[in-house]
Design a binder for this molecule. Structure first.
Ligand SMILES: *Cc1c(COP(=O)(O)O)cnc(C)c1O
Length: 360
C-alpha cells in the first residue's frame, strides 16, 4: 500500500495536509539566509516550551537513530561506562550501540511487559558508577511509558548524565526535561510531531555540553558544532529548510490547540483504543493499563491468528498497524495513536475494522 486508508502505524505517522504544505515553497539556502536562522530560533523556543526546559535545544537533519548514535558518541569515549535501562528493544539498543565503540556497558534488564525497577537501577548505578545512564521514555515496541523522575534523581546522585530517548512520547505526553533532570533528551520528527522522518530534536543541558567539549567527538552526528547555532550562523551541513518549516507548522498547531489539550487528546484516544480492544478480548501486552503509553498501544496477536494472517486481513480492508521486532515479533502488534493519529474517530474506525476481521 502506497497510501493508507486507515493508518495506525506507530511511526512514521500520517503527515497532515497543512504540514505537507511546507514542501510547496522553493526555499533558498539554509546556509545563507537570515530567515532560516530566525525559523530555527523560533522552533527552539517552541520546543523549549513543549518539552518544559530552559536548557538548549538542537535541531538536526536526519532520522532519530542519528541522534541516538550522536548522543552516545558525543558523551562517551571507549572504555567509559554506560548503564542502559533495558526494558525493551530501544533500551537494549543503547547497550548494543555503545558496545560497538568499546564502551563498558552494564544493563538493568526488565521484562518487556513491565517497567524497569528504579531500585535495581540505583543499586547498579551506585556499584558501576556510570558516566551516562540511558533510558527510554516510551518503549514503542512494548507500548510502555517509564516514569523518569526517579531515574533522573539516581543519575544526579551518582553524577552521571541522564540520556533519555523520548522519540515516541515527546509532544504527546509531558516530558518535563528539567524536572526529570534529563541532560540529553532525544526526539524524532515522525512520531508525535507528525513530520516525515527527516529531522531530529535534542535537548542538551549545560552539564552535557561540558562533557561534549571534553569528549570532543567529531563526526556527522556530533553535537559540538551545533552549540552556538544559530548565533554563529554557521552549521556543519546544509539544513533541511522544508523540514524546519514543517516543524514550525506542527509546533504552532500544538500550541494553538494548547499543550495540555494535546496531551489530554493522546490519553483519551489511548483509553478509547484499549477499551475497544478489551471489548473484543484483544489482550493488552503491558501488564497493566497504568504503565501503557498514551502514544501507542501494544496487544497480543489474538489466538487463532498469526501476525502475518492478521496483518493481511487488516490490510485487505485498508488498515495498517504495526507489527513487532526481536522477541516480540509475531506475538505483539501495535496501534499507533500519536500526533495526527491521536484521533478518536480514526481509532474508532481502525478498531471497527479489527472487530470485523476478528468477527466479534
Ligand atoms: C521510532 C523510534 C526511534 C527511531 O527509530 P526508527 O525505527 O528508525 O523510526 C527511536 N526510539 C524510539 C523509542 C522510537 O519509537
Amino acid at each position: 500500500m502506497e497510501q493508507y486508508q486507515t493508518g495506525l502505524v506507530p511511526g512514521p505517522v500520517s503527515v497532515p495536509k497543512k504540514i505537507r504544505e511546507a514542501w510547496l515553497t522553493d526555499f533558498g539556502s539554509s546556509d545563507l539566509e537570515p530567515e532560516f536562522f530566525e525559523l530555527y530560533t523560533q522552533n527552539q523556543a517552541l520546543l523549549q516550551k513543549l518539552l518544559n526546559t530552559r536548557e538548549s535545544v538542537v535541531i538536526t537533519s536526519g532520522e532519530a537513530m542519528s541522534i541516538l548514535w550522536g548522543g552516545l558518541k558525543s558523551a562517551l569515549r571507549p572504555g567509559e561506562r554506560l548503564l542502559a535501562v533495558a526494558g525493551g528493544l530501544f533500551g537494549e539498543g543503547f547497550a548494543d550501540m555503545a558496545k560497538n565503540f568499546a564502551v563498558d556497558v552494564e544493563k538493568v534488564v526488565s521484562e518487556y511487559d513491565s517497567l524497569p525497577d528504579p531500585q535495581k537501577v540505583r543499586e547498579a548505578a551506585l556499584r558501576f558508577r556510570p558516566k551516562v545512564i540511558a533510558a527510554v521514555h516510551c518503549e514503542t515496541p512494548c507500548g510502555t511509558l517509564t516514569p523518569l523522575r526517579q531515574l533522573g534523581e539516581i543519575a544526579c546522585e551518582v553524577g552521571a548524565l541522564f540520556l533519555v530517548d523520548f522519540v515516541a512520547s515527546g509532544g504527546g505526553v509531558a516530558v518535563d526535561v528539567d524536572k526529570n533532570h534529563i541532560d540529553i533528551g532525544l526526539l524524532g520528527s515522525q512520531k508525535v510531531l507528525s513530520l516525515p522522518p527527516s529531522l531530529s530534536v535534542s535537548t542538551v543541558s549545560a552539564r552535557a555540553w561540558e562533557v561534549f567539549k571534553e569528549v570532543n567527538y567529531d563526526g556527522c552526528d556530533a553535537y559540538l558544532p551545533w552549540r552556538n547555532v544559530p548565533a554563529v550562523r554557521y552549521m556543519p551541513y546544509t539544513h533541511d529548510w522544508h523540514g524546519m518549516k514543517a516543524l514550525n507548522i506542527s509546533l504552532s498547531s500544538i500550541m494553538e490547540e494548547g499543550m495540555e489539550n494535546a496531551f489530554a487528546r493522546h490519553s483519551r484516544t489511548a483509553a478509547l483504543c484499549r477499551r475497544l480492544a478489551r471489548e473484543m478480548d484483544v489482550r493488552l501486552f503491558p501488564v497493566s493499563e497504568d504503565i501503557s503509553s498514551p502514544t501507542v498501544s501494544a496487544f497480543y496477536v489474538p489466538d487463532g491468528w498469526t501476525w502475518e494472517s492478521l496483518d493481511a486481513a487488516l490490510r485487505a480492508r485498508g488498515l495498517a498497524v504495526g507489527g513487532n521486532y526481536g522477541p516480540l515479533a509475531g506475538k505483539v502488534f501495535r496501534i499507533g495513536h500519536m500526533g495526527s493519529q491521536a484521533d478518536e474517530a480514526l481509532v474508532t474506525r481502525g478498531m471497527g475494522i479489527l472487530r470485523d476481521v476478528l468477527k466479534i
